[in-house]
Design a binder for this molecule. Structure first.
Ligand code: PLP
Length: 368
């Protein structure tokens, strides 16, 4: 997207002069596997319940600022107190508020890239300095000793598990050591945790790590990216800070109603998540078959609802997938540490078949 106008560059706070309007690189396509959304239809009974809940929600009153009912249901889901939950307008709002409240000028965030690009963006917006400890370029595993040493010098840590876009998990023991090493707060972003193997969540650490913050979202496993609902779990005094800095009415009444249905009816999503995990294994095998024949091509295993694949000519393959096959995937080939990489969301069996067929055509074309 275009840079800001000279007039605006002169008017905005100087540190924002190089910011640009966000470009989601979105083009309408038949098959969109670019944003890690859940592309399965919502279970019909849940959708019916949700429609009833929305229809019964008055719109003339301001929302409950702290989303009381939803907060209680979330607390019940995770076995914590409602005071340990803060709901936000998507996980994004909470990420921003985390850096806004606990970062700022003179503070340092430890980031473990390649990771979610918003961490650095929000750090810049809030004048928080960023220290990057890069993941291993071949496996995307975190160099743990180096990260722990950096955590001891940092005011904040954000670690993503499963990591977007690489799919790696951290061991809960490592999260615990990060919490012990860092004098400030450690956020573990579990946006994709429902897709990971059982026991992967750092949730059991909440009781003994008072500086742990866990981020969740309803945008991925629960198929509600459009309603914008995420939440953090932490000790009650940390939650008080989130409650103090938030836009009072950021979580609107429809979002609260839709979020409540998703949390209450969560068991109905388990078969969808199971199906996505099975499709992920099938896609991994399919992509492995494809990359085995192509020099410089790699596919990484993933604990999320997406796969990262390195392909020669990735940017061109992504363009042709879009223009010739009407399939959108995410191009990371120009991102630091991700040369030649595309991220493909695991979709429905039909969508995944279409991706594998198209990629087989294109990769054969590239290596011919
Ligand atoms: C999708 C995502 C989120 C949260 O997304 P929202 O839609 O704002 O709830 C947070 N972290 C990561 C790594 C994500 O991929």
């Amino acid at each position: 997207m275009a840079a800001l106008s000279d007039r605006m560059r002169a008017l905005v706070q100087p540190r924002l002069a190089d910011f640009e309007p966000y470009d989601p690189a979105f083009t309408p396509t038949r098959i969109n596997l670019s944003a890690n959304e859940n592309t399965y239809p919502m279970p019909a009974a849940v959708r019916a319940e949700l429609d009833r809940a929305l229809a019964a929600t008055p719109l003339n009153r301001y929302p409950d600022p702290m989303s009381g009912e939803l907060r209680a249901a979330i607390a019940e889901r995770h076995g914590v107190e409602p005071r340990q939950v803060c709901v936000g307008n998507g996980g994004d709002e909470l990420l921003f508020n985390f850096l806004f409240a606990f970062g700022g000028a003179g503070r340092t965030l430890l980031n473990l890239p390649p990771a979610f690009s918003e961490y650095e963006l929000f750090a810049q917006m809030t004048e928080t300095a960023v220290v990057n400890v890069w993941r291993d370029p071949a496996t995307f595993e975190i160099p743990e000793d180096e990260a722990l040493a950096a955590a001891a010098e940092a005011d904040l840590v954000i670690v993503t598990s499963p990591n977007n876009p690489t799919g790696n998990l951290i061991a809960p023991e490592f999260a615990e050591r990060l919490c012990a090493a860092c004098r400030g707060l450690v956020m573990v972003d579990e946006a994709y945790i429902e897709f990971a193997r059982p026991g992967a969540s750092v949730q059991p650490l909440l009781e003994r790590c008072p500086n742990l913050v866990i981020l969740h979202t309803l945008s991925k496993a629960f198929g509600e990216a459009g309603i914008r609902c995420g939440y953090v779990l932490a000790t009650a005094d940390v939650i008080d800070v989130f409650a103090a800095v938030r836009q009072i009415y950021s979580v609107n009444v429809l979002t609260q109603a839709a979020g409540l249905v998703a949390i209450r009816e969560r068991a109905a999503f388990a078969p969808v998540v199971e199906k996505i995990r099975a499709e992920r294994a099938r896609m991994l095998a399919g992509l492995e078959g494809l990359t085995a024949g192509a020099i410089g091509a790699v596919v990484w295993p993933s604990e999320g609802n997406f796969l990262l694949v390195r392909l020669p000519g990735a940017a061109e393959i992504r363009r042709r997938l879009r223009d010739d096959y009407d399939i959108l995937v995410r191009d990371f080939s120009a991102a630091p540490g991700l040369a030649g990489c595309l991220r493909i969301t695991v979709g429905t069996p039909e969508e995944n078949d279409a991706v594998l067929r198209a990629l087989t055509d294109l990769v054969k074309g590239e290596t011919r």
